[in-house]
Design a protein around this ligand. Structure first.
Ligand SMILES: [Zn+2]
Ligand SMILES: [Zn+2]
Length: 136
């Protein structure tokens, strides 16, 4: 068992592999029950509607969705993913295709610059080694 800080409340607790303390875990279960009960009566509700009716934070409801906990209970919720960058509706992931492509190309140009620096390092290493050979 490791002593770690709870990801939710920051309290130190003895973890058996979980990242949140038993107290927070319990309240998460309670919140899940609330959401579950609401969705049984009101299937296909939107996240903001569920949040308003149950008092459970939208963030938490989205977490339940992402963990497939609502789906595994056979509950439907009207939840559309939106691109984090431009707000367009998407089917999966965090960004829409356009924004993802843009991010990838930005990332690649950054990587290229890094690679060039690395090459320089290698070359000077080689020069150093051949210098040593000459001396030997
Ligand atoms: Zn906690
Ligand atoms: Zn986008």
């Amino acid at each position: 068992m490791n002593l770690i800080n709870c990801k939710e409340c920051g309290k130190v607790f003895a973890s058996a592999g979980t990242k949140i303390c038993p107290d927070c875990r319990r309240s998460e279960e309670e919140q899940f029950e609330l959401v579950k009960e609401y969705l049984w009566d009101n299937p296909n509700s939107t996240v903001p509607a569920v949040s308003e009716a149950t008092g459970v934070e939208e963030k938490m409801i989205i977490k339940f969705i992402k963990e497939d906990r609502l789906q595994s209970e056979g509950l439907d919720i009207d939840y559309t993913l939106k691109c984090k960058s431009c707000g367009k509706e998407i089917e999966s992931g965090i960004y829409c295709e356009n924004c993802r492509n843009k991010l990838v190309s930005d990332f690649n140009t950054k990587e290229e610059k890094k690679e060039k620096k690395k090459d320089k390092g290698k070359k000077s290493d080689k020069m150093f080694i051949s210098d040593r050979f000459k001396r030997d």
